[in-house]
Design a protein around this ligand. Structure first.
Ligand code: UDP
Length: 243
């Protein structure tokens, strides 16, 4: 049978503006051989009213910064019963745009989890990585010769492995918060810590899968990270349907 892929898409506040471009490019280019289901966590009325058997809107209230990003794993844990029928779960930042075909085997190779190297650090030495440096934080990560720095915006796994990671990250984030600590790059610091500990379990993708729109680096662009300032400040204009 076809594998069911749950795409986790958070868009509160103005981020609903990315949905159309995200959805259209995803349908066209992303895992076209699998059965994709979209879980949209949003406070946008229009998106909450979408009726489609593969689109599952879930109400999520708007939060103040940094909680929309810091609490993403809490949102997934709270709603995990919705993912029961899925085989895989993939988190995508709202401003991703799929510009080339991507298959499941490229994402996972033979692993159960994948993450993406951060485009700003993939060609830098570990001493430049912006890991959390507070030893009291559960996101504290040592810099080693073979360390990698990953971005928070595109990662996934089999349902069980992804939810297992989400549960641990949610716990670590809450534990830090209860001690008055928010890691320097929020959820990204915590996932970097998790990847360092569990590196062998991950397929680690190149930044071709998170290529910032305004960058000019010599790698292919499979998934583009749209410059969000352009879209969020001007209504409906500049949506990145075609590249
Ligand atoms: N997000 C949201 N509402 C907000 C802020 C963030 O839905 O008000 C979600 C959205 O999915 C976005 C992600 O959180 O892509 C990460 O937000 P951030 O602004 O940190 O994006 P980045 O800096 O990683 O591009």
């Amino acid at each position: 049978r076809l594998k069911k892929i749950g795409i986790l898409f958070i868009c509160t506040g103005e981020y609903w503006k990315f949905w159309d471009g995200f959805y259209k490019s995803c349908e066209e280019n992303f895992l076209i051989e699998d059965e994709k289901h979209y879980f949209i966590f949003t406070d946008n009325e229009e998106l909450l009213n979408i009726k489609d058997k593969r689109i599952h809107p879930i109400f999520q209230e708007k939060m103040d910064w940094p909680f929309p990003t810091l609490y993403r794993y809490k949102i997934f844990m709270k709603n995990k019963a919705n993912f029961n029928n899925m085989d895989y779960l993939i988190f995508c930042n709202a401003n991703l745009f799929f510009s080339e075909k991507v298959s499941k085997s490229e994402l996972f190779a033979n692993k159960d989890l994948f993450v993406t190297l951060h485009p700003g650090f993939f060609n830098k030495k570990p001493k430049k990585f912006t890991y959390e440096t507070n030893v009291k934080s559960l996101a504290y990560t040592e810099k080693r010769e073979d360390s990698v720095y990953v971005c928070g915006g595109f990662n996934g796994g089999t349902k069980d492995e992804f939810l297992n990671m989400a549960e641990i990250l949610n716990y670590n984030i809450d534990k830090d918060f209860s001690e008055g600590i928010v890691a320097i790059w929020h959820d990204e610091s915590h996932i970097n810590n998790y990847v360092q500990i569990h590196k062998e379990e991950f397929n680690i993708l190149t930044p071709s899968f998170c290529y910032p729109q305004h960058y000019n680096i010599n790698i292919s662009k499979k998934i583009i990270v749209q410059d969000k300032e352009k879209i969020i400040s001007i209504k409906h204009k500049g949506l990145f349907y075609n590249i």
